[in-house]
Design a protein around this ligand. Structure first.
Ligand code: PLP
Length: 399
């Protein structure tokens, strides 16, 4: 009798691959039950502990009380025009590009934005470059739309991509290059020189293969930068560019699922791509981004969580990890630290960390074995209390 599987084979196999994160989550919950949540140092998830700014809370109240007729109906699949105009103005001011509402599609977070971008661009068999280490959900997103990710390693110390490795990875099937700066998991911010190198390599590839290659800039951490560093605007460096942004981190609204995708007006076929994005928002079943949240973010376009709070958390975790003797690059942005493991077995290292009540994600989960990720968007008190545990963990390997 043929073996019957109720779900699609490729989903069953993806579930197996993705179950690692679930297992870690379950292990964390079990530990918290056993030892008390306050005694577990859970650095595994990028789910910010900070609350949305006061101005966002005020917008919630104002919009809920306004009782506008028709406020909760369907709208254009692209989102409200006045909201998109505001976002277009803001991007136009920062990039110098002549942005209009038609270049913006409101999305269900950055995840929704990347999915509509990939569905719009990819033909079956197309390739999407991602610079390792990278947010592994990209693998699933590309696969959703018939494509696959080709990982290109960055420099092992700075975690910035170089043009030579990118040029070597480009092929006639390369349709898009995903940039994620500030980066999850490395904390690297790509400077202007780095973006110029990527742009040169892409132009060389386009000439060689006679194709257009689109940069998809995944920017949920764009305003979380430290030490006066600024992430350069991608529209200043790439003609064929889309920005995917969300308010998950900048306004601490991850659960509310709100973001946008913007296409550069200079891009080849910008109008067709804009139409594709709107259509894909519809047919992927998002239909439109949440109406209430569109109104809220429109009133908070330039607002942000307090970056000084993240800087304080970064400094605290770096101080502890340095004292414990870990080798890492000080993050320039986002809220992740990506140190080297001790020893050469990252599973064993992760298990030893669990023995000290520390939850981490091994680097293989980002296509970069030999390191581990700490999400330091937890309470500062948790970071400070984790000191002895990290020192004891490191000491085990130094003996
Ligand atoms: N891209 C990166 C690099 C992320 O780290 C995340 C979330 O952690 C996302 C996209 C998804 O963000 P959103 O919650 O806006 O969908």
């Amino acid at each position: 009798m043929a073996f019957y599987m109720p779900i699609a084979k490729h989903i069953a196999s993806d579930l197996e691959r993705a179950s690692y994160v679930r297992k870690m989550f379950e292990q964390g919950e079990e530990l918290k039950k056993r030892h008390g949540a306050e005694n577990i140092y859970d650095f595994s998830l990028g789910n910010p502990e900070v609350e949305p700014p006061d101005s966002v809370r005020e917008s919630f109240i104002r919009n809920a009380a306004a009782g506008l007729p028709g406020a909760h109906r369907y709208m254009s699949n692209a989102g409200f025009v006045n909201v998109r105009e505001k976002i277009a103005d803001s991007i136009g001011r920062r990039s110098g590009a002549p942005m209009k509402a038609g270049h913006i599609v409101m999305t269900v977070g950055a995840a929704g934005g990347i999915n509509i971008a990939l569905k719009t661009l990819l033909n079956p068999g197309d390739e999407v470059i991602a610079f390792a280490p990278y947010f592994k959900e990209y693998d699933f997103y590309a696969k959703n739309h018939g494509g696959s990710v080709v990982a290109v390693p960055t420099d092992g110390e700075t975690f910035k991509p170089g043009p030579a490795a990118l040029e070597a990875a480009l092929s006639a099937r390369t349709k898009a290059v995903i940039i994620n700066s500030p980066n999850n998991p490395s904390g690297a911010v790509y400077d202007a020189d780095c973006l110029c190198g990527i742009a040169d390599a892409i132009r060389a590839g386009e000439r060689k293969f006679g194709t257009d290659i689109y940069v998809i800039s995944d920017e949920p951490y764009i305003n979380i930068v430290y030490d006066g560093i600024e992430a350069p605007h991608v529209f200043r460096h790439f003609k064929n560019a889309l920005i995917v942004n969300s308010y998950s981190k900048s306004l601490a609204l991850a659960g509310e699922r709100i973001g946008y995708t913007a296409i550069s007006p200079e891009a080849a076929d910008a109008d067709a791509i804009a139409a594709g994005l709107v259509f894909c928002n519809r047919v992927l079943g998002y239909v439109n981004a949440p109406a209430f949240m569109q109104r809220v973010v429109a009133e908070n376009i330039e607002a942000s969580v307090d970056i000084a709070v993240y800087a304080e958390k970064r400094d605290a975790i770096c101080r502890i990890m340095r004292e414990a003797g870990f080798d890492f690059m000080q993050p320039q942005g986002a809220f992740y630290l990506f140190p080297k493991i001790f020893g050469d077995d990252e599973e064993a290292f992760k298990d030893r960390a669990v023995q000290h009540n520390i939850l981490i994600v091994p680097g293989a989960g980002f296509g970069w074995p030999g390191r581990f990720r700490l999400a330091y968007c937890v309470a500062t008190d948790t970071i400070l209390r984790s000191r002895n545990a990290f020192i004891a963990l490191a000491a085990e390997f130094k003996q």
